[in-house]
Design a protein around this ligand. Sequence first.
Ligand SMILES: *Cc1c(COP(=O)(O)O)cnc(C)c1O
Length: 379
Amino acid sequence: MKTAKPSSSSTMSVPFLDLKFQYSSLRSELLAAAARVLDSGRFVLGPEGEAFEREFAAAQGAPLAVGLSSGTDALVLALEAAGVGRGDEVIVPAFTFIATATAVSVLGAVPVFADVDPARLTLDAASAAARVTRRTKALVPVHLYGGPADMAPLLALARERGLAVIEDAAQAHLARYRGRAVGTLGQAGCFSFYPSKNLGAAGDAGALTTTHKDIWRACVTLRDSGRAPGRPRYVHPCVGRNCRLDELQAALLRVKLRRLAVWTEARRRLADRYRSGLAGLPVTVPPPDEPGSAHAYHCFTIQTPRRDALAAALAGAGVGSAVFYPLPLHRQPAYAGLKRRGGLPVSERAAREVLSLPLYPELPEASVDRVCSEVRRFF
Ligand SMILES: *Cc1c(COP(=O)(O)O)cnc(C)c1O
């Protein structure tokens, strides 16, 4: 019998992410799901999409879900259904993926950047409150990296000022905040199934969840060229868009959704291992969950002023890492013309100091240990 050459753990490389690990374990089920759709000849708004909406809502702990073509479209539709339009202001964190703000811009509304809190790096209620004007229509807290934003003060602010709350949960599948599912705390929650997200399609896909029947009805109409369900096919009561989830993506997502809870638990265990493995080092790690809350660990993201040197050292040792995001939104060329209201020091610092380490359900514990010892060696 041939004995495998023992691979030295000090030379083994740890990729930041490799989606092939997940695909290889699900290959036959995914191919069977794709064949089922191709054989059916039904590709848009059919039984797979309906089943996925039911199953995703149940998994996420929301009464209603709407399948959509991307997380960005989920944000656009949720904002539109909540009444955001031309000239309105919407408060978004300055530190997030740009789609949080572009969803506001494409509606002719104006994103107003507020700062994030230093521990969670999510929308800071005091900074948001300072930016509310008579034109403000909504807040969009982002559950960044899968960690729930501190929603209680944001919901209180929204109640007090009569604002809608649209959660950007694109990175936060199955996350919870004080016993409640993210995506059910405001008017709607917006999820992305971009391939690298915790639940990833084989292309672009998204969904929104809501507890509001009227938001649900508006979104199923808006996503389908303004066609209301149950009404004559070519009579359009409003000006809609085309941002439907297709049957092929829905069928593939249903296969993966059955594993999502187990995958998310694996992410949480690996995050705990990182937290203990990095203890005592001069890096800020994500705080552990408060009681009743649960991080989804889309990313395990540390902060250090020596970020670029650390990333280079890790790359030299064969360890992948990534910076989400190197520019806060008010520094984006796309938003160069936008007037700023007040400073955004935490967002500025986060953009300089964050570094995400490899984290995916298939990542071996030994790889986490290896990454921790490389970080330790650097310091
Ligand atoms: C991925 C992402 C989006 C956009 O989702 P897409 O499906 O890529 O359109 C929006 N917000 C955040 C925070 C994201 O990470």
